[in-house]
Design a protein around this ligand. Structure first.
Ligand code: SF4
Ligand SMILES: [Zn+2]
Length: 406
């Protein structure tokens, strides 16, 4: 099996890695979120804009699952268990670890970020926030696109020379008049000018190494690699008030979202909320179904909903009632599946790995659900949402389990 990630920094204090083609950035980030949820950490996800804003992450983010920072190109933290991430196509990840102050940072540098000085900004931010000394920092750059492949236009060339006259040594003219740029070299130079003594760049070019990496410039691939750094150690116990997340069928949490427009409040909810951060989700509502709505049941893997109020048929011969009912069934599998994946995304965003689900529902039911005859009879099986959670490795409870076991 191919390595799913390359180790960038690995010591007693921190770990940093960069994923390969063998895994996809969003899947790896999802796994990190689940992992962080079990011990109360968090995953930081800056939405990159090729600028120089760096988020400072403190304990207030603990237990929040995946936290998005719009318009930031990196983050720093001194809190163990917080995973800083950025996605990279060909752009460079720049990782920093300060073993003296036990602080970490990670930024994303394309040519614009490099030109704007994000590497220097990373060093300054760690100095300002944690008192880091540049000479203590271990900085690692890449993998990312190299001078062999990184062709730039003349205006880019000019902008670098205007800002960094020394950058000429990192740009190479090609016989056809175009230029290539050594982004790693320029960032190493900037770091050295900031006083960083231990900075190294990966020799791997994401564009050349087709077998190892996705590449936007080289092959217009939309998938990305995930760069990540975290400080080792668990925040549990240090961060007062941390509770792991528990996804809960919203009707059990008191929301009036059931098909009949009523809640089904779970008696043990108060106790659970002392132990868990509750994340209520109603997959059927998330799938766009109205409340109240007609009853649905699963038959042969499809979710069927009664489209009409069949109580009006009472009094008709049973055979005729059945025919009329059958004719009124509509297939709502798509709505159920969409709702289930949205509810899963919400649960994962909070780092939940356990769920308390309403039994027998065609979405949330776990272990047994109504059999599709609309006669109140049960069959073994899971609802659409419960089945998805099981596939993702969630531990599932229902309102029929003793509270102390949840
Ligand atoms: S059982 Fe699930 S889908 Fe049904 S109302 Fe409750 S939360 Fe919503
Ligand atoms: Zn290359």
């Amino acid at each position: 099996m191919k390595d799913t990630e390359l180790s960038i920094i690995e010591n007693e204090g921190a770990r940093a890695f960069f994923t390969t083609r063998a895994t996809r950035a969003f899947e790896r980030r999802e796994a990190l979120s689940v992992q962080s949820g079990t011990f109360g950490g968090a995953v930081i996800w800056p939405h990159l804009v090729h600028g120089t804003d760096i988020a400072v992450i403190g304990r207030e983010q603990l237990g929040k699952g995946t936290v998005i920072f719009e318009d930031h190109d990196g983050a720093v933290t001194d809190v163990p268990g917080i995973a800083l991430t950025v996605t990279c196509g060909d752009c460079l990840p720049i990782y920093a670890w300060d073993p003296a102050r036990r602080a970490a940072g990670l930024v994303h540098a394309g040519w614009r970020g490099t030109l704007a000085g994000i590497a220097a900004e990373l060093v300054y931010t760690m100095q300002r926030e944690y008192g880091s000394r540049p000479e203590d920092l271990q900085v690692r750059i890449g993998p990312g696109i190299d001078a062999c492949c990184f062709e730039v236009k003349e205006d880019c060339y000019g902008q670098f020379l205007d800002k960094y006259p020394w950058a000429e040594g990192y740009m190479y003219a090609r016989p056809d008049g175009s230029f290539t740029l050594d982004l790693k070299g320029i960032n190493l130079e900037i770091l050295s000018l900031c006083g960083v003594e231990d900075a190294q760049a990966s020799p791997l070019c994401t564009c050349c190494e087709e077998e190892l990496f996705y590449s936007w410039r080289g092959r217009k691939e939309k998938d990305r690699m995930l760069a990540c750094i975290y400080i080792k150690g668990s925040p549990r116990g240090e961060g007062a008030g941390f509770k792991p997340a528990l996804a809960v069928s919203a009707c059990l949490a008191g929301e009036a979202c059931r098909y009949d427009g009523k809640p089904k409040l779970f008696a043990g909810l108060a106790e659970l909320s002392r132990r868990y951060h509750l994340v209520p989700v109603c997959p059927e509502r998330l799938g766009g179904l109205p409340t109240p709505r007609n009853a649905s049941e699963i038959r042969d893997g499809r979710v069927l909903m009664k489209a009409a109020d069949t109580s009006l048929l009472a009094g008709m011969p049973e055979e005729d009632q059945r025919k009329a009912e059958e004719g009124s069934l509509i297939d709502v599998t798509k709505e159920y599946e969409e709702g289930a994946s949205l509810a899963l995304a919400k649960a994962l965003a909070f780092g939940a790995v356990k769920a308390l689900l309403k039994s027998r529902s065609p979405s949330c039911g776990a272990g047994s659900v109504y059999d599709g005859s609309f006669r109140g009879t049960l069959a073994a099986g899971d609802g659409v949402f419960a089945s998805l959670l099981r596939k993702k490795g969630f531990t599932i409870f229902t309102e029929e389990d003793p509270v102390k076991d949840i």
